[in-house]
Design a protein around this ligand. Structure first.
Ligand code: NAD
Length: 307
């Protein structure tokens, strides 16, 4: 077994703890640990593990003199200061496989819910209103789905949506997987063409300087008036004020958001609007995704320690 000590800073699937302990590692499981406590004790650990509650800052990393690995039990690495880690020769690892199907299925559900306004119908019945006439929806079959970012999640979504006979338009900054493109009959497009042609627009890019407010007021003004935006990537990728205005003025058809510029997004003014569906960052919140991510991270750590 290994001698290394591990600090787990967030709630993670218990399988991770078990695999690490079975391999002889000493694990401190502290899912409630504060920022100050991390700074105080991070130097005692060789491996630091987070999910999404904890942000690993430059200040923490500067104190992490014995740290070899920072692991994120999930995909997005925007809660780890990667430059600071690099400067200290610390490996940063994540689990890209975990969330792929979970997020893609959530998007599919959100598109169906936008098309048929199921959330609104549910709210109405609870308010003793029967909106049958008002809730005439549309079908996904034959509609154009624009996918921005065709990595793991974007491609999985493309395959699921193709099964519903949607037409798939794709845009990425890197060459798109040819096998995938063939399989779904992908129409490759630049971003502007995608935005102008799509009935649904789903975003699957990481949050970077280059993707911050990728969809802003100007971009939104080029979309169809009936277009619906689904964002399960990161809040900063869509300008929420611009989205609110476009939805309120009827220049956009609807939106479903799982991620927000500020989380928790309690009190968001988007909640005033009926053509919006809001979920509390649950993209990867499935039993399957969490246990897969935990297994992947455990395996990666063991592999790195073996050298
Ligand atoms: P991925 O790295 O496999 O794919 C991202 C793709 O985006 C890549 O192909 C990349 O080239 C492309 N891209 C980067 N910049 C772009 C740009 N400016 N325009 C177009 N394409 C661009 O990542 P993934 O596993 O598919 O995940 C995508 C994002 O989803 C993650 O970065 C994460 O932030 C988010 N995510 C959210 C949840 C959730 O709970 N809602 C869960 C997992 C992941």
């Amino acid at each position: 077994g290994f001698e290394d000590s591990v600090l787990i800073c967030d709630e993670v699937d218990p399988i991770l703890n078990k695999i690490l302990v079975d391999n002889g590692l000493k694990v401190s499981y502290e899912p409630e640990i504060t920022k100050e406590q991390i700074i105080e004790k991070i130097s005692n650990f060789n491996i630091v593990i987070v999910r999404s509650r904890t942000t690993i800052t430059k200040e923490m990393i500067e104190k992490a003199d014995n740290c070899k690995i920072i692991a994120r039990v999930g995909v997005g690495l925007d809660n780890v200061d990667q430059d600071a880690a690099k400067a200290k020769d610390i490996r940063v690892i994540n689990a890209v496989e975990g969330a792929m199907n979970a997020v893609a299925e959530l998007v599919l559900g959100l598109m169906l819910s936008l098309a048929r306004q199921t959330a609104r119908g549910d709210r109405a019945i609870r308010n003793e209103q029967w909106l049958k006439k008002e809730l005439k929806g549309t079908e996904l079959r034959g509609k154009y789905l624009g996918i921005i970012g065709l990595g793991n999640i974007g491609k999985r979504l493309g395959r699921l949506a193709r099964a519903l006979n949607m037409n798939i338009i794709g845009y990425d900054v890197i060459p798109i997987d040819e096998e995938f493109a063939k399989e779904v009959g992908l129409m490759k497009a630049d971003l502007n063409t995608l935005l102008q042609s799509s009935d649904y627009i789903s975003i699957h890019v990481p949050l970077l300087d280059s993707t911050y407010h990728l969809l802003d007021a100007e971009k939104m003004s080029t979309m169809k008036k009936t277009a619906k935006i689904i964002n399960t990537s990161r809040g900063g990728v869509v300008d929420e004020d611009a989205l609110y205005n476009a939805l309120k003025n009827g220049t956009l058809g609807g939106a479903a958001l799982d991620v927000f510029e500020k989380e928790p997004a309690i009190g968001t003014k988007l909640a005033e609007l009926d053509n919006v569906i809001l979920t509390p960052h649950i993209g990867a919140q499935t039993k399957e995704a969490q246990s897969l991510a935990a297994n992947v991270i455990a395996e990666k750590i063991i592999q790195i320690l073996r050298g």
